[in-house]
Design a protein. Structure first.
Length: 453
């Protein structure tokens, strides 16, 4: 045992030294050394220090602090904690996401900034660093500009903090994130209709809301689509004054979203159908318009399909995952309310399914049109290649037939230059020779399938 106490620390130290010399990680290192490879940023062997784009991140190295642990009175190994990584990749503007960088105007080649920032916890991400700084400073004090819609018809714009919303609704942070945080630029969001802690989380298109039995909070920027939805909601309130607020709100959102997708589909069909019924036009503006319309139709089809899939999953589920999960369990007439919710969801399931089917059918027609246009382009390309092959055959024939005039034009006396009929004979022979070569080459090309005889 005394020998083990002496030899074991020495063996560990020797192994660590050998691994350091070989550039390999050892116990207590994990390949994160500041001077070697990994994520360190010091001196030493730094092929990784020069790799990739340069960033100006003003945070110190996350591996600067270590914790020493001594064992048995000998030299202890050093271990790093997660606190050392708390601000990795962060500066005063926020934290960067690797691989998403943009050059700063006028900053030179070495100055780059992240396209998207996030806070250290990853809860908030935005392309605006000011919003990320505001969220990172006080997460619970982060302010949302929302629109409150009350059961009595009162609508007002208010500013609430994240902590106030979480306290009032008793939601988890992840649930609030699904409705309160808008997607990044160019990022779409899928449909959502779930119940969490007594409130409904609703997401359809650009509409994101928290709905309870007496009011709703609408998140996001005020847009024309929101104003249109509120118009639909008000008319539905007048038509069915006895309907529950939450059900009426959800139905109005489904109706407004369905009408919006119907309009998008109608616009695409109105622009595309005349071109689909006519012969394929191979002009670039027409083909580009069809391509752009196909992209819009694909988005419309995917949104309609996503909503119909979500509604079908809700209707088909049983127990706590079905339609009854959307209801208030304190309702007096629970069975009647459940039947009304199921009837409403089934009606919009049919509407969105039919819209998805129509979009898919028109997409197939557009794909057939593009296939016909591609086939027509190939036919034209084939005709052009055949014409080019004919020109090549003609040029070869003419070049071969010039052998005889070239030989006769040499300054060598041959006795034919004094004959009156030699010129016409040579011209006729040249034409016949060129025509025979042209016919032979074209016959060979036609037998091989390159040309039509």
């Amino acid at each position: 045992r005394p020998i083990a106490h002496v030899l074991l620390p020495a063996a560990i130290a020797a192994a660590a030294a050998s691994a350091a010399l070989a550039g390999l990680p050892h116990d207590g290192d994990f390949g994160f050394a500041g001077g070697g490879g990994g994520f360190g940023g010091g001196g030493g062997g730094g092929s990784s220090a020069s790799a990739g784009p340069k960033r100006r991140l003003r945070t110190p190295s996350p591996f600067a602090r270590t914790v020493s642990c001594r064992q048995g009175g000998g030299d202890g190994a050093q271990f790093r904690t997660l606190d050392d990584l708390a601000l990795f990749g962060c500066d005063d503007d926020g934290c960067s996401i690797d691989g998403e960088l943009e050059a700063v105007a006028g900053g030179g080649l070495d100055v780059v900034r992240p396209i998207v920032w996030e806070d250290p916890s990853g809860e908030f991400a935005s392309s605006n660093s000011a919003d990320v700084r505001r969220y990172s400073a006080r997460p619970d004090g982060f302010t949302y500009d929302v629109m409150e819609v009350a059961e009595g018809g009162l609508v007002r714009n208010i500013s609430v903090t994240r902590g106030q919303v979480l306290e009032a609704t008793r939601l988890k942070a992840r649930d609030l994130r699904t409705v309160a945080l808008q997607g990044l630029p160019g990022q779409g969001t899928g449909p959502m209709l779930v119940r969490r802690r007594g409130v409904l989380l609703l997401g359809l298109g650009d509409l994101r809301a928290i709905v309870d039995s007496h009011r709703a909070l609408l998140f996001g920027e005020p847009t024309r689509e929101r104003a249109r939805f509120l118009r639909v909601f008000q008319q539905q309130r007048k038509a069915a004054p006895d309907t529950k607020f939450s059900m009426l709100f959800v139905e109005s959102a489904l109706l407004a979203h369905n009408r919006k997708l119907d309009f998008d589909f109608f616009q695409v069909r109105k622009a595309v159908e005349p071109r689909l019924q006519a012969p394929p036009v191979l002009r670039e503006p027409e083909l580009e318009e069809v391509r752009q319309r196909r992209r819009a139709l694909s988005r419309c089809s995917s949104q309609a399909s996503a909503v119909s899939t979500a509604l079908l999953a809700r209707l088909d589920s049983e127990g706590g995952q079905g339609v009854e999960a959307l209801l208030d369990t304190d309702s007096v007439h629970l069975k009647e309310v459940l039947e009304e919710w199921e009837a409403m969801l089934e009606a919009y399931l049919r509407a969105f399914t039919e819209l998805s089917r129509e979009c898919s059918s028109l997409l197939r027609d557009i794909e057939d049109f593009e296939a016909s246009a591609s086939l027509e382009l190939q036919v034209r390309r084939l005709a052009l290649e055949q014409f080019e092959l004919s020109l090549v055959i003609a040029s070869v024939s003419i070049a071969a037939s010039n052998l005889l005039p070239g030989a006769m034009g040499m300054n060598v006396p041959n006795g034919m230059e004094m004959s009156d009929r030699s010129f016409s004979s040579v011209v006729a022979l040249t034409v016949c020779f060129g025509a025979s070569i042209f016919g032979t080459l074209r016959w060979i090309a036609s037998t091989q399938g390159f040309l039509k005889w």
